[in-house]
Design a binder for this molecule. Structure first.
Ligand SMILES: *Cc1c(COP(=O)(O)O)cnc(C)c1O
Length: 444
């Protein structure tokens, strides 16, 4: 394993990375952006090493994917063995055991102890598409309700479900029909204040669906139990249980999009577990398979089995190498108590960011759970005007100092922290020192 140490060998990005970025510009569509163009040669634990010999502390996990860490020995061994055995047959043609084993694990680990079934796909967006297909098929209803600040992917249907125009939707329409958007319970920005957010949001949402869509026309409500790209928005206590209850009353399926929040990220197996919310369908991807592309829909057996044979699937869905990686990742999560590790990381992050918030008015809100923590930056704590320019300046400062950070939020003013759960306390603290240094330099 590479040494768990930050190293600044050149400026970041260094000359070799800059040369590769020039080739990238000439070869890769400009539509595919790169947030921090250092070209990676190796990664393990909490460190990513680039072609110039720089070693960066990883606070991003490739967007919440390498939850068990790059260089995870269980994943390496499982993937290597599977590649040697066979790489593909297509589960729909000649099946194999690891696909079934992943589904068994998903059925056991996702919220609720009812009978469940799963189906495997390649990406989060594909899982969301299939959850919507299933919900429409089983209910015979067309409408799907999504939320302000929601993010569900970049395919046509999931762009329609995603809230933010730039960069995800701009000039990529028209989008699919029968998608409706309602306000999100966003405590920091709820007009009536955080205390009234849960109750008022539920009233607004249910009123809007009743008046504008009709409950009996609504197949599903899809929600991220903690919103990801939209700003790590944590709904207030009571909101998700209330939403689940209302859905149940009206025969509307609740789809929890746990693509970013799932698999120990928030200190539970799934973010829904925190309040004991049991969705009808759960979508997963990202952290599921140690970096290999895999996604799933898991849900009530009666719902999942309502679809005719051949109605779900795809050439690569549940690829055997990805399934082997998923089984090894889940074993790591179980054996190494990674949910517990996520809670420890969360305590450190909340403590250190809380102290930063006491020092600087620009830190308007610190929120999140486990190793899914964010700070929202504002120009003024009274008006809560989003501080997008400051956010990108601090982000740049972190990158130059060898810390991989990510931002998010509808207004581009939220820092999100998603370290791999394999990061050491030492690197975690050093990363936060770097953040503080970059922050102090940027606020001036
Ligand atoms: C990333 C993400 C998706 C899309 O996943 P892809 O694998 O990029 O298609 C969907 N939903 C949520 C909540 C996500 O964070």
């Amino acid at each position: 394993m590479i040494e768990q140490r930050r190293i600044l060998a050149t400026s970041i990005p260094g000359p070799a990375s800059r040369a590769m970025q020039a080739r990238k510009t000439a070869a890769v569509s400009a539509g595919v952006g790169t947030g921090l163009p250092v070209y990676v040669v190796e990664g393990a634990g909490g460190i990513v090493r680039d072609v110039d010999g720089n070693q960066l502390i990883d606070f991003g996990s490739g967007i919440a994917v390498t939850t068990v860490g790059n260089g995870n020995q269980r994943v390496i061994d499982a993937v290597t063995a599977q590649v040697n055995a066979f790489t593909h047959t297509c589960f729909m043609v000649t099946p194999y055991d690891s696909y079934v084993a992943v589904c068994e694990k998903l059925n056991a680990l996702t919220p609720g102890d009812h009978e469940k079934r799963s189906a495997l796909f390649n990406s989060g967006a594909e899982a969301v598409e299939n959850a919507v297909k299933i919900a429409r098929h089983v209910t015979g209803r067309p409408a799907v309700v999504a939320f302000d600040h929601g993010y569900h992917g970049r395919t046509n249907l999931t762009m329609g479900l995603t809230a933010k125009n730039m960069p995800y939707k701009h000039r990529f329409g028209p989008f699919a029909g029968e998608l409706y958007r309602v306000p999100m319970a966003y405590p920091y920005r709820w007009p009536g204040g955080a205390d009234r957010c849960a109750e008022e949001a539920l009233r607004v949402i249910t009123d809007q669906v009743h008046a504008q869509v009709g409950e009996e026309n609504t197949a599903a409500v899809i929600i991220e139990p903690i919103q990801g790209e939209g700003g790590f928005i944590v709904p207030p206590e009571g909101f998700l249980p209330g939403l689940a209850e209302w859905c149940r009353e009206h025969g509307i399926l609740l789809i929890a999009d746990e693509v970013q929040s799932g698999f120990c990220r928030t200190g539970d197996w799934f973010a829904c577990d925190h309040e004991g919310v049991v969705p009808d369908l759960v979508t997963t991807a990202k952290g599921i398979a140690g970096g290999m592309p895999l996604a799933a829909v898991t849900g009530r057996a009666d719902v999942m089995d309502a679809v005719h044979a051949g109605g779900l699937g795809g050439t690569y869905g549940g690829n055997p190498v990805a399934c082997a990686a998923a089984l090894a990742s889940i074993e790591s999560m179980e054996e190494d108590d990674l949910a517990g590790r996520a809670r420890e990381i969360g305590e450190v992050l909340l403590d250190r960011l809380g102290r930063l918030a006491e020092k600087y008015d620009e830190v308007g809100d610190v929120r999140g759970r486990g190793a899914m923590i964010a700070m929202e930056l504002v120009t003024d704590p009274e008006t809560r005007e989003p501080a997008a320019a400051l956010t990108s300046a601090v982000n740049k400062g972190c990158h130059e100092r060898g810390l991989i950070t990510l931002t998010c939020g509808t207004y581009g003013n939220v820092f999100r922290f998603l370290p791999p759960l394999s990061i050491s306390d030492e690197l975690l603290h050093e990363g936060l020192d770097v953040l503080e240094e970059a922050f102090t330099a940027a606020v001036g």
